[in-house]
Design a protein around this ligand. Structure first.
Ligand SMILES: Nc1nc2c([nH]c(=O)n2[C@H]2C[C@H](O)[C@@H](COP(=O)(O)OP(=O)(O)OP(=O)(O)O)O2)c(=O)[nH]1
Length: 137
């Protein structure tokens, strides 16, 4: 349907870790961790939007891979998808977030247990936790 908002997030993977970003706003989610990303703008593909967002938010160039299984629809008119991504150039830094962190499966599970993940992302985090456990250190 036109007018729907699509948000694309990146599961940036390196060996057995994924890059998480800590939100600084709004108050309800400030301090919680998410996959970086943002809204797909008109005329963009989700891949193009993710490349742009990760450049703006992390100051890196990425290549975009396969989507995670979970498609999240927190409310009507809003859909969230996540794609695996890899850094092809640059060193990530928190341009728009409070902090960023490379997180392994154990730390990811701990953040989930402690309710430190934004609620919409929990399906992705569980999928990633399982995936990171079988990736080479
Ligand atoms: N980026 C991102 N947004 C998420 C995640 N989970 C989740 O519910 N969201 C929501 C929060 C926001 O309502 C929306 C994306 O907003 P945003 O502020 O990151 O994106 P943006 O840069 O395009 O937005 P804007 O502030 O320029 O309007 O999706 C996630 O893992 N990553």
């Amino acid at each position: 349907m036109t007018g729907d908002v699509l948000v694309v997030a990146g599961a940036v993977l390196h060996r057995s870790r994924v890059l998480l970003a800590q939100r600084d706003y709004p108050a309800e989610v400030a301090g919680l961790w998410e996959l970086p990303g943002g809204k797909v703008e008109s005329g963009e593909t989700p891949t193009q939007a993710l490349i742009r967002e990760l450049c703006e938010e992390l100051d890196v160039r990425v290549s975009v891979g396969a989507p995670l299984a979970d498609v999240v629809t927190p409310r009507e008119g809003l859909k969230l998808v996540a794609h695996r991504a890899r850094i092809v150039s640059g060193t990530p830094r928190a341009v728009e977030h409070r902090a960023i962190a490379w997180v392994d499966a154990q730390r990811l599970a701990e953040l989930d247990r402690n309710s430190q993940i934004v609620p919409n992302d929990i399906g992705w985090i569980r999928e990633l936790t399982a995936e990171l456990q079988v990736r080479p250190l």
